[in-house]
Design a binder for this molecule. Structure first.
Ligand SMILES: Cc1cc2nc3c(=O)[nH]c(=O)nc-3n(C[C@H](O)[C@H](O)[C@H](O)COP(=O)(O)OP(=O)(O)OC[C@H]3O[C@@H](n4cnc5c(N)ncnc54)[C@H](O)[C@@H]3O)c2cc1C
Length: 291
């Protein structure tokens, strides 16, 4: 697996990530941007309410202008999906599908989190049998029978982590097709889910056909890892599903920042760009003070 190194590792190359990169690059630092796709911006039909545009641009056009601006100033930009984030005592290490990415500081700019509690009963059972982090909680399910909710590479990553500890794992796709290659020992259950079973604590799931199945725990790994998932794995705190951030957009883990839609504020390009700048300026100061 390849290794990429930089002073500032930025996860996501949308407006927040690119804006952070521009500040890092102009401070003379090595900047590495890792993103899996065009994020929310690429879905915008026309951006008209951002400063300085002579005419509306499509989100995709604005995305490409931003990426080119960062490339021209010397950024490394890599396409990959990040699954994991840790702090190894001296730097942040993000694991992607194809490589590992290292940074002395890290700015998470991964866009708006997916819907956090997709099934009835899930919010109440979080921490009571429902988990969002295999590396954090697999220990509690040693030898037990767990389910993973998801269908893609991130669900595979979480399942592989669990298989080192648990007795058995079932993938619940909730009607979706599987888009990653799961080990044969993982049972794949594609039936649609109705909800979770259990009073206060998770006991199993109910399928749409009315049948129920018991599991000891449920790990949610829908879509790809978002900033909250990654912060949790790295050891930063969050509260009620939201990252805990200080005035510099720093998480509770020194050197780990968040910016843009993933901070849960107003979902606009201008805000994402502003937060990217704020996080980068704080990260630059942190790097200079902690050389
Ligand atoms: C349909 C639509 C229309 C909109 N219209 C407007 C508008 O008119 N004006 C306006 O100001 N705003 C608009 N917005 C909102 C705007 O697009 C967002 O606020 C802005 O793009 C947020 O920037 P961001 O960098 O925080 O996140 P995003 O643009 O979502 O970028 C997130 C980045 O993180 C990457 N990423 C996520 N997870 C991972 C992972 N696990 N590994 C690697 N990379 C990852 C993505 O690939 C992407 O590169 C619109 C949004 C939508 C969806």
């Amino acid at each position: 697996m390849d290794n990429f190194e930089a002073d500032i590792l930025i996860l996501g190359y949308g407006p927040a990530g690119v804006s952070a990169a521009l500040y890092g690059l102009r401070a003379g630092l090595d900047v590495l941007l890792v993103g899996k796709d065009g994020g929310a911006l690429s879905k915008a039909h026309a951006i008209q309410n951002y400063y300085g545009l002579e005419k509306p641009l499509t989100g995709e056009e604005l995305l490409q202008v931003g990426k080119k601006q960062a490339l021209d100033l010397g950024a490394q930009i890599v396409d990959d999906e990040v699954m994991d984030l840790m702090f190894d005592g001296s730097q942040f290490v993000a694991k992607g599908l194809t490589a590992s990415y290292h940074g002395k500081v890290c700015i998470m700019a991964t866009g708006a989190a997916r819907k956090k509690h997709p099934l009835p009963g899930m919010a109440e059972m979080e921490g009571h049998g429902v988990s969002y982090c295999a590396v954090c909680d697999s220990f509690f399910y040693k030898g037990k029978n767990v389910a993973v909710l998801g269908n893609g590479e991130y669900a595979l990553h979480e399942t592989e982590e669990l298989l080192q500890v648990v007795g058995s794992a079932t993938l619940l796709t909730n009607g979706a097709e599987v888009s990653a290659k799961f080990p044969d020992k993982v049972r794949i259950e594609k039936r649609h889910l109705q909800g979770l079973v259990g009073e206060g604590a998770f006991q199993g799931v109910q399928y749409e056909d009315g049948t129920e199945e018991n599991f000891d725990g449920l790990f949610v790994a829908l879509g790809s890892a978002n900033a909250t998932d990654l912060a949790l794995k790295a050891g930063a705190a969050f509260d009620q599903g939201k990252l805990v951030l200080d005035g510099d957009l720093q998480t509770t883990l020194p050197g780990l920042y968040a910016a843009g839609d993933c901070t849960g504020g107003i979902l606009q390009v201008s805000i994402a760009v502003g937060e990217g700048a704020r996080a980068a300026l704080a990260a630059i100061k942190y790097l200079r003070e902690n050389k």
